[in-house]
Design a protein around this ligand. Structure first.
Ligand code: NAP
Length: 492
């Protein structure tokens, strides 16, 4: 194990650092095909690095490595697993600025957002370092009083972890933390757009003392066949996926073939409801966080603003002023408040949603005009008088656009909020806590923020209902997603 304080600082912007290979069994391994995936800096549109492009053979080698490490890791005492996770927290925290710069480079998000992500991501290691030593069990008498019930929790087995590009560090640590705490070995397949952060974290994990094969990282341009091959292998017992609902549905069908346990963190379409009695300034502050963290590229991003008649005009004016004042620029520029979108395709999708809304009668209050290149930029935009039938009310925008809808009654706010197949996150602003709770209970959503613009917390259960997913990450129950209950019917 390398002592962490002896490690010199790294320049994560150096492309040669990332050409090392796939991370399999504690070794950097070349892809047999010699093929590579280009990583584009979305602030410039230029390729900034390449990573190896794994095929099925390399993915199966990663499963072999995870299998070889499984018995040893499962038998490692929880206290020792905990201490290794705690060192991962320390290493990530020590390298926070370098990691934030890397995220700002490959994802494009503003440095302030990237710093926030690294801090949030590292916390999953600290939280699960603590949870690793508190794995629950049960001992009860049967209702008849004649027998005993013992319930133990065992690591579920090898886990395949698939992550999106919008939080390249946090979506990985939110899975790796509980999986390792539970005693599972893992294969991480990061998004093709943002693989560099995953490889950087593999280096930190090695330095923290994670044994070879416990964490494997594989990048591929053919996620469908590569992941299907892993799921078809009977040694793989868990799929933990974060990404779009469409890909989630496909993977659930694939996992069904071998009855692999699935945790699914999928898309969202969060309503942000502002009642007349809300504190206007607080609601505007919250709206900016809920909408603009990561320039709107978040599954929890406020996607539909429902604002009551009495506060509507002041809210529209206030939000437009704040959005118009944001500085658009490259992620790595410290002055940037809104970075680029991940791809040119993402910009085109946002533009299409805005054009459709305008065609249907929406008014652009600020933004809405594409800037000149280079890079994949879309300006902070506010739309008012958006008709509920517009496409933008039903699709994830995943960008810096705030569509505002007006409502009159509480029932209407609930009905509009629930008019979606998604159910991940919702925001409610009201000074009347009784009303806020009443409305929160009626909104179909896994998470509700009351008078807050941010809900993510490693210590809380994160996840959705309806087509936003299955299971919860983080919190006290997150570790159980990587464990199976074993029941002993005991006589003694
Ligand atoms: P995506 O297209 O679904 O991709 C997510 C991951 O799945 C990537 O690693 C991708 O690899 C991989 N993938 C794509 N097709 C696959 C297939 N057929 N088989 C196996 N893996 C496959 O989503 P995204 O565009 O990266 O991320 C944005 C989405 O994630 C949004 O819908 C957002 O709401 C959701 N999200 C949800 C949460 C949550 O916690 N609920 C958090 C963050 C994001 P490639 O990159 O190689 O295509």
């Amino acid at each position: 194990m390398t002592l962490h304080h002896a490690t010199p600082p790294r320049d994560y912007a150096d492309p040669s650092l990332h050409a090392a290979g796939l991370w399999i069994g504690g070794r950097w391994t070349a892809a047999a095909s010699g093929a590579a995936i280009g990583v584009t800096n979305p602030s410039t549109g230029q390729v900034m690095a390449v990573v190896p492009d794994a095929g099925i053979a390399e993915a199966m080698a990663a499963v072999d490595a995870a299998e070889a490490a499984a018995a040893g890791w499962r038998a490692t005492p929880p206290r020792q697993r905990s201490e290794i996770l705690r060192r991962m927290f320390t290493r990530m925290t020590e390298e926070a600025e370098a990691l934030a710069r890397l995220i700002a480079l490959e994802n494009g998000k503003a440095l302030t957002d990237a710093r926030g992500e690294v801090a949030y991501a590292a916390e999953f290691f600290r939280w699960y370092a603590e949870e690793a030593t508190r794995i629950p069990g049960e001992f009860r008498r049967t209702p008849s009083g004649a027998h005993n019930i013992l319930v133990d929790h065992e690591p579920i087995g090898i886990a395949v972890l698939i992550t999106p590009w919008n939080f390249p560090a946090a979506m990985a640590t939110r899975k790796i933390g509980p999986a390792l705490a539970a005693g599972c070995t893992v294969i991480l397949k990061p998004a093709s757009e943002t693989p560099l952060t995953a490889y950087a974290m593999a280096r930190l994990a090695e330095e923290a003392g994670v044994p070879p094969g416990v964490i494997n990282v594989v990048t591929t341009s053919q996620p469908g066949p590569v992941v299907s091959a892993m799921l078809a292998d009977p040694r793989v017992r868990k799929l933990s996926f974060t990404g779009s609902t469409g890909v989630g549905r496909t993977l659930l069908a694939e996992a069904a073939k071998t009855v692999v346990s699935c945790s699914m963190e999928l898309g969202g379409n969060a309503p942000f409801v502002v009642f007349d009695d809300a504190d206007l300034e607080a609601a505007l502050d919250g709206a900016m966080v809920a909408k603009m963290r990561n320039a709107g590229e978040a599954c929890t991003a406020a996607n539909r603003f429902y604002v009551q008649d009495g506060i509507h005009d002041a809210f529209v004016a206030g939000l437009a002023a704040r959005m118009a004042a944001l500085k658009l620029g490259p992620g790595t520029d410290p002055a940037t408040q809104c970075g680029p979108m991940i791809t040119a395709r993402a910009v085109q999708k946002i533009d299409r949603l805005v054009s459709d809304a305008v065609t249907q009668g929406a008014r652009i209050v600020t933004g809405g005009t594409l800037p000149d290149g280079p890079g994949f930029f879309y300006p902070p935009t506010v739309l008012d008088r958006v008709p509920p039938e517009a496409m933008i009310a039903h699709e994830e925008i995943f960008g810096p656009v705030a569509p505002i809808y007006r409502f009159a009654t509480e029932d209407e706010a609930v009905r509009l909020s629930n008019a979606t197949e998604y159910g991940l996150a919702a925001y409610i602003y009201s000074r009347d806590l009784k009303r806020a709770l009443r409305v929160g209970r009626q909104i179909e959503s896994g998470m509700i923020a009351l008078n807050r613009g941010l809900m993510s917390d490693p210590a809380a259960p994160f996840g959705g209902v309806k087509q936003s997913g299955l299971g919860r990450e983080g919190g006290v129950t997150g570790i159980l997603e990587f464990m199976e209950a074993k029941y002993f019917a005991a006589e003694f």
